[in-house]
Design a protein around this ligand. Structure first.
Ligand code: SF4
Length: 224
């Protein structure tokens, strides 16, 4: 397997035209089914959000300061354990979009007819802008759902909107976001690798390591 640094170089060399060709050949149109925004059975919705994306959502004019860090993001649950009191504790890497009581993304809403909508649409994270696609590079995240199709380095994950016609402009916009996401994910992974020092959280405490260093669950740096 290549190093993360080599994968990052590959991601930076991805050609938008090639990615757009692949997306066009697979085809995609969002049906607003909400499957990529909601939890499944026992599993809460889990989608990576970068620290600057959390801040963009905190500062968005749309929410007028209604959301703080913890309303938007939760520690990525992988690697955390539950103590006797039922609280999560330990160290983890990166953040996931916060979920509501049903395990759905906190920004997901359905109208009376059951049609879903993203209330964060203009500020939604790159992983949401690019669903159901990913690139086949190690160190990049794979969204929820199995990969069901592949064209070049582009993978498509389970989604009822696959196979539908997509315009060239939309395919190119998606390709640009997909490349940006791959580069950002690898930059994040490299920064976490380079900055990581064990934090020894206290019982009942969670420490999240992201590209900016170790943080508490409210997004403040651990050393403050
Ligand atoms: S931010 Fe929007 S698009 Fe992303 S998972 Fe939440 S509701 Fe869906």
């Amino acid at each position: 397997m290549q190093s993360l640094d080599a994968e990052l170089e590959d991601a930076r060399r991805l050609a938008i035209d090639d990615l757009a060709d692949a997306i066009e050949s697979i085809g995609f149109e969002c049906t607003r089914c909400g499957a990529c925004c909601t939890g499944e059975a026992e599993d809460d919705h889990t989608a990576t959000v970068f620290p600057d994306e959390v801040r963009d959502l905190e500062e968005s004019d749309e929410y007028d300061g209604d959301y703080d860090w913890r309303d938007i993001a939760r520690p990525m649950p992988y690697g955390l354990s539950e103590n006797e009191a039922g609280d999560l504790e330990g160290e983890t890497f990166e953040w996931a979009l916060q979920t509501d009581d049903c395990g759905d993304c906190t920004f997901y809403e359905e109208d009376d007819s059951g049609t879903g909508a993203c209330t964060a649409h203009g500020d939604r994270p790159l992983i949401c802008q690019t669903y159901p696609f990913s690139v086949a590079l190690s160190g990049t995240s794979q969204p929820m759902g199995e990969a069901v199709d592949e064209a070049g380095v582009v993978r498509a994950h389970e989604c009822e909107g696959l196979g539908r016609d997509i315009s060239r402009d939309d395919a190119e916009d998606l390709a640009r976001a997909l490349k940006e996401r791959a580069v950002r994910e690898l930059e994040e992974a490299i920064a976490v690798r380079d900055e990581y020092e064990p934090a020894s959280p206290a019982p009942g405490e969670v420490v999240v390591h992201d590209s900016e260093g170790p943080k508490r669950i409210d997004g403040t740096p651990l050393e403050e």
